[in-house]
Design a protein around this ligand. Structure first.
Ligand SMILES: O=C(O)C(=O)C[C@]1(C(=O)O)C=C[C@@H](O)C=C1
Length: 128
């Protein structure tokens, strides 16, 4: 008999009927984790585009005002959903920290705008 890959260490010490119940729950957890990975991948695709736009227009990688309203909103949603709002805040901050690191990398590796590039932002700080 092949063992269910979701059995883990529990297979060694859990009764078969309880194991069956546990495996059903673990199968939902696996689906949820897969959805989370796909959602995060889509979010990072969107923030990657934001990073390119920010680098192109010399905008700062972080926007603390935007972050504050996102965190306030997410904490409200978390409370409504019976999820710990402090956990929701930590989770969003963890993601945003990574996004800011990506934005910084994009801006460090993006070529300086060419003089003849009509799309280049006007550099007010460097006029002689
Ligand atoms: O909306 C932006 O300006 C972003 O760069 C995206 C994002 C986010 O991940 O939601 C990341 C960094 C900013 O500080 C604020 C928000």
């Amino acid at each position: 008999m092949s063992t269910d890959p979701r059995a883990g260490d529990a297979a060694k010490y859990v009764d078969p009927e309880i194991m069956a119940e546990l495996l059903t729950m673990r199968s939902s957890i696996d689906n949820i984790d897969a959805a989370l990975v796909h959602l995060l991948a889509e979010r990072f695709k969107a923030t990657q585009r934001v990073g390119v736009l920010k680098a192109k227009h010399k905008l700062p990688p972080a926007d603390p005002g935007r972050e504050k309203s996102q965190i306030d909103r997410l904490k409200r949603l978390a409370a409504e959903a019976h999820l710990d709002p402090d956990f929701a805040e930590k989770f969003l901050n963890f993601i945003i920290e990574e996004v800011i690191r990506h934005h910084q990398a994009i801006s460090e590796h993006s070529p300086p705008p060419q003089d003849n590039d009509p799309e280049a932002p006007f550099d007010w700080a460097n006029q002689t």
